[in-house]
Design a protein around this ligand. Sequence first.
Ligand SMILES: [Zn+2]
Ligand SMILES: [Zn+2]
Length: 327
Amino acid sequence: MPELSPSTIRPGHVSGLFATDRGLFLLPSRIGVDVTRRQAIGFISHAHMDHAASHALALCTEATARMVRHRLGNVTTRVMEFGQPQEIAGHRLTALPAGHIFGSAMLFTEHEKGSLLYTGDFRLGPSATAQPAELCQADYLIMECTFGHPNYRLPAREVVIEMLLETVTQAIRRGATPVISAYVLGKSQEVTKILTSHGIPVLQHPTIFEISQIYQASGCELGDFRLYEGRPVPGCAVIVPPKPLAPSGLPGALHVEKIHVTGWAMDAKRRQSAPRDHWIPLSDHADFDQLLDAVEQVSPQAVFCTHGPKSFVEELRQRGHDARWLA
Ligand SMILES: [Zn+2]
Ligand SMILES: [Zn+2]
């Protein structure tokens, strides 16, 4: 086998270590990595549906296994504990916390041809619900770059949490029901935990409540939250999925203040879609600076970028990294 050099790896072409074929595959085993079609063996970084499929054998963390079964039915899983390498189909594979949602994992693979860190969706720093990300040095880095544009430099997390608490508290003081829209899996539970740990009880839409039960059963306590049963309760915040509310607002509520909690709140166009609502830029994806920081920490020979703007590849090259877009 010729020595693997970065120039021999091209997006969409087979290299000694991985290949892409409408998804990412480890070589030589062809273990799928977040491939969204059924595979013989597939690693699932977390239970968002753009990363999961009903594989014959799914490799994932215990919490992800429970959530995948909730969403896809009975999938056979092999549980990966964080930081404990396993030999699978000729690979030494280690799941590392990704800091994205509870149970989310990065995948570190070691092979005679080199080491590879695949981040999946990730975020650096503390979280109310997710295990904090743990990066490690690797020869090659495949990184999710959703917020790979300088517009997405998020304010410090403490500042954002303060904004959220203040917005909810003010709404309650005005006699309104704070209605927070957030992704059903991950963001809703993160917001719930932040609010309940600051003394604000939470009512959840049924689809959110179901996932919260899985969080709790997997050991992630969310505090004082209940199912929303058709009428607001004074002093409580309500969390709903991010689709528009009925024109009348929340069923059962007269006076609603709508709050969107998303990293896309940094995007002026997004805010203009509902300029009278509140927008809080709390994200479970790494922002622009965290992406740059992650590359420095992993210190790879080459970085392969997925998701996000292709211009981020150029940003990395300007900083002296060998960066490519992974198709
Ligand atoms: Zn995700
Ligand atoms: Zn994703």
